[in-house]
Design a protein around this ligand. Structure first.
Ligand SMILES: C=C(O[C@H]1C=CC=C(C(=O)O)[C@@H]1O)C(=O)O
Length: 420
């Protein structure tokens, strides 16, 4: 049973989210915040994880009784999801439905209450709680330190030279801990205010600000923002102008970008009747870097939901490489860790199949009390909670290991600064 009602404006809906396990999606003032208890949860691993979740969601959509006064994307029944990058990941791919969602879009505010039809009474309405005290993280090298990253990039270049792949995305990790009682909503708030052009997310302990959508589905239209090709920001406007002119004309970056756009267009084509993208990428300005970016738009021709599109698109060449299967094999061989949900799909879907999904980039994964991470850590008796972050870059013929290392440093900056 799902009921959405127009609500009085709330200044900071994040105050309703859990401190240790926030559920939120935010961009430029529009937001969805999950609160209360968990009504439904799907946890899946393995190669058909997204297909199984997409099929289950169709059944749930069909069975739900919805009374929605507001009727905009994100009202009515909504689930949040965060999925593992790799078919072989030990990390769970999860879709979760909370009992309460506070929403805001285009100046409209609403509250959605969801309960299981078998439950005798709805949950008690959740209450806001003030932000907890300031905290910071201690972060250091993870499994791939800067020297190992250089070796990994050289190995990727050898795979390109050998004709195994044209492009492969290589990531490195940093790891550390935060106080066990850290209010993680502070991180969500800091990222959303520092990086307003990104999609800020907090789902299943992975929190970040991604500049790249995987896919948005709204009323039969599908859009995606594809990024690949990166430079650090300049010190002033003149330096920035020189950087973007060089980036837009650099054949290595233009190739790397084209692979990424082509992988998205090829994946969308079977599901769309009209598909359009600009011939030339534009340069997307973020506080820490420049990206080459292309927006792709189409009309869905086969009634696909946002999750069907996530399944069709993941993993794109922006996070895996080209050709896809060979790039995935190279990543498994070269990277010494399980990426978990880094570079996987993260987002939400509603009861009409509309939704917004980003690629989980510029983010950190926090551990769960009692859960072992891939570093073998648990919540320690000394009162800390593990956190791991990843950042990577596309390697193509001509990539330079030192420049790639610098690029990962700049990509870590949003999360490292916000955790400092
Ligand atoms: C893999 C990452 O970025 C991707 C997205 C945008 C630009 C990228 C690049 O220029 O290499 C990467 O493909 C990351 O941030 O960890």
């Amino acid at each position: 049973m799902v009921e959405t009602r127009e609500a009085d404006p709330v200044e900071d809906p994040l105050l309703w989210a859990s401190r240790s396990w926030p559920l939120a999606w935010q961009r430029k003032g529009d937001m969805l915040v999950g609160a209360g208890t968990e009504i439904l949860r799907l946890d899946v691993t393995g190669p058909d994880r997204i297909a199984r979740i997409a099929a289950s969601w169709r059944e749930i959509m069909a069975a739900a009784e919805v009374d929605d006064e507001v009727r905009v994307p994100g009202t009515g029944l909504v689930a949040f999801g965060a999925f593992a990058f790799d078919d072989g990941s030990a990390q769970r791919s999860t879709l979760t439905v909370p009992s309460t969602i506070l929403g805001r879009r285009g100046g409209r505010h609403w509250i959605t209450r969801i309960r299981n039809a078998r439950a005798a009474a709805p949950d008690e309405a959740p209450q806001p709680s003030d932000y907890g005290s300031h905290w910071s993280a201690t972060l250091g090298p993870g499994r791939m330190d800067p020297a190992a990253h250089g070796d990994a990039v050289r190995e990727a270049l050898a795979a390109i030279e050998a004709g195994e792949v044209k492009k492969v995305v290589i990531a490195r990790d940093i790891a550390g801990s935060v106080p066990v009682d850290a209010d993680l909503r502070r991180l969500v708030r800091a990222l959303a205010s520092g990086y307003p052009d990104t999609w800020t997310f907090a789902v299943e302990g992975i929190i970040g600000a991604s500049p790249e959508t995987l896919v948005t589905v709204r009323g039969g239209e599908v859009t995606a923002r594809v990024l690949a090709g990166t430079r650090p920001r300049g010190a002033d406007a003149d330096e920035d102008s020189a950087i973007i002119a060089e980036l837009a004309a650099n054949p290595k970056d233009v190739d790397e970008h084209e692979y990424a756009v082509r992988s998205v267009v090829d994946a969308l084509r079977p599901h769309t009747s009209a598909l359009a993208s600009a011939e030339q990428p534009f340069t997307l300005k973020l506080p820490n870097l420049w990206h080459l970016a292309t927006d792709v738009e189409g009309t869905l021709s086969n009634g696909s939901t946002a999750l069907d599109m996530v399944r069709a698109l993941h993993p794109t060449a922006a996070v895996a490489g080209t050709p896809r299967e060979a790039a995935m094999a190279a990543i498994r061989r070269i990277e010494p860790f399980d990426r978990g949900r880094y570079a996987g799909p993260v987002g939400w879907i509603d009861g009409n199949g509309d939704g917004e999904w980003a690629i989980a980039l510029r983010c950190a994964q926090f551990g769960v009390p009692g859960e072992t991470t891939d570093r073998g850590w648990m919540i320690d008796p000394d009162g800390t909670r593990p956190v791991t972050a990843h950042a990577g870059g596309g390697i193509v013929a001509g990539s330079v290991p030192e420049a790639e290392l610098l690029e990962t440093r700049v990509k870590f900056r949003p999360i490292v600064d916000a955790l400092a």
